[in-house]
Design a protein around this ligand. Structure first.
Ligand code: OOG
Ligand code: MG
Length: 264
């Protein structure tokens, strides 16, 4: 058994998030190293404990996100395993809304596809994902903000840090009958093209990300509920999020838009 103090590390990362202060990687902490095996299983325990702190403060779970489902993201961050993080209502920003950049450390932004779940999934139910489980699809944006210095981490570090989740924006919902298999994705910053790709970059088809999520959710005991938003993972690299208007446009689905503002 690992002697790692899960609740202490959860509070530590939660404090870093709330005070927008970067901290050293847990994997580089000699105390963590001495305490035992800081592996992915322990990291998910830390993530769950930190998520519980948010719920205890009155935030409500609003869904989950996948990380590293595209080669672009794997290559950018040097990690090649699919990970899951939790979303809450406090992280959600209205489409066209504004994000206070002073509340974040070194935010980056990336284009996403969002699914809206129509049914509870998982638990003892071993059936594969049915098409009826998806209520709607939408273009989305994710703002990630690693709590670690220099936005640099190991696999266990980023899992413990809730997969760098910070904020997300969902564009207009569409009926899920459109095939998401190979749609052009464009990320523009201040009207200029910053990244371009295809939904096919997400595990060949974003739907595969959902199947991976069902598998991982069962394995990790993360419930998926009707009404949850699922972010399938960015199709392109993330870019720094500064005080400009950023748009994610997905062919046939329209766009999600957000603006960053700094007060300090
Ligand atoms: C981790 C989160 C990865 C994605 O879409 O692949 C992610 C990170 O890049 O810091 O959100
Ligand atoms: Mg993402």
């Amino acid at each position: 058994m690992s002697g790692i103090d899960v609740s202490r590390l959860a509070r530590h990362l939660d404090d870093a998030q709330r005070s927008a202060t970067a901290v050293p990687q847990l994997s580089a902490d000699p105390a963590v190293d001495r305490a035992g095996d800081f592996g992915v299983a322990t990291a998910y325990d830390i993530q769950a404990a930190a998520y519980q702190l948010r719920l205890d403060r009155g935030e409500r779970g609003s869904g989950v996100k996948l990380g590293f489902t595209s080669r672009a993201k794997m290559a950018q961050m040097g990690i090649s395993e699919i990970i899951v993080g939790r979303l809450t209502d406090q992280m959600r920003i209205a489409d066209g809304g504004v994000i206070d950049l002073d509340s974040l450390i070194h935010p980056r932004i990336e284009p996403e596809i969002a699914y809206l779940l129509a049914e509870d999934i998982g638990g003892d139910d071993q059936r594969p994902l049915a098409p009826s489980a998806i209520a709607a699809i939408a273009p989305a944006l994710e703002i990630i903000d690693s709590r670690y210095r220099d936005f640099s981490f190991s696999l266990a570090d980023v899992v413990a840090d809730n997969a760098s989740s910070a904020r997300y924006v969902v564009g207009p919902w569409h009926h899920p009958d459109q095939d998401l298999g190979n749609l052009a994705v464009r990320l523009t910053v201040g009207g200029r093209l910053a990244e371009a790709g295809s939904t096919a970059a997400i595990l060949g088809h974003p739907q595969r990300a959902l199947h991976e999520l069902v598998r991982l959710g069962r394995e990790l005991g993360i419930p998926l509920r009707a009404g949850d938003v699922v972010l399938a993972g960015a199709a392109t690299s993330a870019v720094p999020f500064t005080g400009e208007v950023v748009e994610c446009e997905v062919a046939g689905l329209g766009r999600a838009t957000v603006r960053g503002v700094r007060h300090g």
